[in-house]
Design a protein around this ligand. Structure first.
Ligand SMILES: [Zn+2]
Length: 220
């Protein structure tokens, strides 16, 4: 099975991709991981990406696309994968289709994780990160044992400026602008499977597995 996970920041893409990957025994391809690994292994694309990351700039879309396509060309994803964090815009969606149709793999589905703005803000604004080791916590879903202190290294936890409510609203707007055309594109292709993701992660995962077990014609 080949799956693409779409959803706003805070919709639960990373968590759900991990769950699906475990349940369905599919390779989890996250753009964040690809980037980190390519930089660590110092591949030609990794070297290019490193220059942007080091200066704090956003890695250009075209470079991200090349890295994803390189990853999708490996043998271990031939029979199935879950793409998490890609495509982010309409151009990347077309690039992905061009690549996959060249390999005769057009039979993929797109799971669209849809949570209300209220849920997204609640999830994102609860995130806290350790200053020392960068471990990620959540005030509600994954609190540290001791208030504002890292379980691993006793470092101080802080809230990234990205995760403050004003900034979150802005991030969500940017997401909507870029990704709404991607959702529309997949809807027209009849690949889109709409999943409400306001519930807790295990419930959402179960719902997805149920939908994926049905024949496509009866999916909503
Ligand atoms: Zn720590």
């Amino acid at each position: 099975m080949k799956l693409v996970l779409l959803g706003a920041p805070g919709a639960g893409k990373g968590t759900q991709a991990k769950g699906l990957s475990k349940e369905l025994k599919l390779a989890h391809i996250s753009t964040g991981d690809i980037l980190r690994i390519a930089i660590k292994e110092n591949t030609p694309l990794g070297q290019k990406a490193k220059r942007y990351v080091e200066t704090g700039e956003l890695v250009p879309d075209s470079l991200v696309t090349q890295m994803v396509i390189e990853r999708l060309s490996s043998d271990d994803v031939k029979d199935g994968f879950i793409l998490d964090g890609f495509p982010r815009n309409r151009q990347q969606a077309s690039d992905l289709d061009n690549f996959l149709s060249g390999r005769n793999t057009c039979n993929y589905f797109v799971l669209y994780l849809d949570a209300s703005e209220k849920t997204l803000i609640k999830r994102l604004s609860g995130r806290r990160i350790c200053r020392k080791c960068q471990a990620v916590y959540h005030l509600i879903n994954f609190p540290p044992l001791k208030e504002m202190t890292c379980d691993h290294c006793q470092g101080e936890l802080y809230q990234r400026s990205d995760d403050k409510e004003e900034t979150i609203k802005n991030r969500l707007e940017v997401y909507q602008r870029q990704t709404a055309p991607v959702v529309e594109y997949y809807f027209k292709q009849k690949r889109l499977i709409h999943i409400k993701s306001d519930d807790d992660a295990p419930l959402v995962l179960r719902q997805m597995l149920e939908v994926l077990a049905k024949p496509f014609s009866s999916r909503s």
